[in-house]
Design a protein around this ligand. Structure first.
Ligand code: F6P
Length: 456
């Protein structure tokens, strides 16, 4: 077996790689069973960007990480990655900010990654690059003479050509993607969007290659393992405390990074609408939203937090009773293990992103359920997961009234229907597992018939 080299912006700390709900280390579990080098940013900011990595080992995985200077962090991560690419790829053109310096910093940091990684590579290595921070990395490595197989997977959506084109360097980024041997997307729609861009922005061999080498391969979870964690965690002291605090009320749960792509204000409005139009639920349900703060040095995230703080005050001020808080909203994270037990306890999993690459939390909610009395998943039609999880209650996340109706339907749903939907959802989640995703991607990438990309 060849050594696998994983490259991602964030590298999980070796000791706590399974802490984050839906995180990259969780989906890559299968790939981590072999000999692996995982390269990326240490998560630390330093006086200068380091080019010599620090090493750590856990099991068969060696982690190699570099620190970023404040300036590189600002231009590459906070700037171009999260103020240009993130909003654009989530179809939020109004939030896109573009600065040439950010873009220069983004490319320069990708070149630094390439220069630090190249000396660590060995003949026969297979490289798998992850996500929007590292689009130019493959081409930078090729320019340094790396002739290994290099695949890329985009974990977030890929927008339609007319949206992608807004970005001044759209053509250069499309050419970067075409430099990979395999370009993976979460859904058929994302892949079609990319093909549309390749047709418009590329010509000749790069265009033909980009189209032939792009695939839709939905990421997934290890449902069996998560179900076991949920079962154990449902017996934990914390889950018991949560259950006691509900005093028989039904729980609606949401767990998302505090990000404007997650549709949180609309979700809060929807819950408020439910309490308004269905007064029978007052004092009978509680909504727990876990929303760990994220990317706080980007102003849109701070603004979103202010909006949610305000909405929470408004909703609780309007509907609370002296012994009932309708909306429990917390802006720090909970461990994946704890959340698994909380999911199992909840009557509804509310997952309503305005746009999302896949949304593995939706799958984790389903996997956590007790087959004898499962909860109901209310899912945005604009999450990648909706392409396969059509037995969920599918909603338009821009429509609080529609979400409120789905909440009502879910809260009223008979056990037989809940079980039928749950079985159908589980079947799909087991088919598109994390392990299958890893195997399919790596099998495609290492197919002998695929020609290596020449340096360009
Ligand atoms: O969804 C894309 C993604 O990069 C995930 O892989 C990750 O969990 C999340 O965003 C976190 O973002 P950041 O690294 O900016 O905190």
């Amino acid at each position: 077996m060849a050594r696998l080299v994983i490259v991602s912006n964030r590298v999980p700390a070796p000791a706590k790689r399974d802490q984050q709900a839906g995180g990259l280390a969780v989906v890559l579990e299968e790939a981590l069973k072999g000999d692996v080098l995982w390269f990326g940013w240490s998560g630390k900011r330093a006086a200068a960007t380091s080019t010599k990595p620090n090493f750590a080992t856990r099991g068969t995985t060696t982690f190699a990480t570099i620190d970023l200077s404040e300036e590189d962090y600002r231009l590459y991560y906070a700037g171009f990655s999260n103020r240009s690419l993130w909003p654009l790829f989530h179809y939020r053109t109004g939030l896109v900010a573009y600065a040439r310096d950010d873009y220069k910093g983004y490319r320069a940091t990708n070149e630094t990654f390439a220069r630090s990684l190249a000396p660590l590579l060995e003949p026969g290595d297979v490289l798998w690059v992850h996500d929007y921070h590292l689009i130019p990395l493959g081409r930078s490595l090729r320019e340094l003479g790396v002739d290994l197989k290099i695949g890329f997977f985009l974990h977030i959506p890929f927008p339609p050509q007319s949206v992608f084109d807004i970005l001044p360097p759209a053509g250069e980024l499309a050419a970067d993607l075409a430099a990979y041997d395999l370009i993976g997307f979460q859904t058929a729609e994302d892949r079609e969007n990319f093909v549309g861009c390749a047709r418009k922005l590329l010509t000749g061999e790069p265009r033909a290659h980009a189209i032939a080498a792009s695939v839709a391969l939905p990421a997934g979870i290890d449902a069996g393992a998560f179900a076991r964690v949920a079962k154990r965690s449902s017996l934990s002291a914390e889950t018991k405390r949560l259950e006691e605090s509900l005093v028989g009320r039904k729980l609606i749960i949401g767990a998302d990074r505090l990000d404007y792509s997650k549709g949180l204000p609309q979700r809060f409005e929807a819950y408020s609408e439910l309490l308004d139009t269905h007064a029978e639920y007052r004092e009978k349900v509680s909504f727990l939203q876990v929303a760990p703060r994220s990317r706080e040095d980007v102003s849109e995230y701070r603004e979103l937090k202010r909006t949610l703080d305000r909405l929470t005050g408004k909703i609780n001020g309007k509907y609370a009773e002296f012994d009932w808080v309708p909306l429990r909203y917390m802006t720090h994270g909970l461990s994946r293990k704890l959340l698994a037990g909380f999911f199992r306890l909840s009557a509804i999993g509310l997952v309503t992103p305005l746009r999302d690459g896949m949304n593995l939390v939706a799958m984790e909610y389903v996997a956590a359920q007790d087959e004898a009395d499962p909860g109901v998943l209310v899912l945005s039609r604009f999450a990648g997961a909706a392409a396969s999880l059509d037995a969920a209650l599918i909603v338009n996340p821009y429509d609080p009234g529609g979400i409120a109706e789905a909440l009502h339907q879910g809260l009223m749903m008979a056990k037989e229907e809940r079980q039928e939907r749950w079985r159908s959802l589980m079947r799909r989640i087991e088919e598109d597992s994390a392990a299958a995703w890893c195997r399919r991607f790596l099998a495609r990438l290492t197919e002998p018939s695929k020609t290596l990309r020449a340096a360009s």
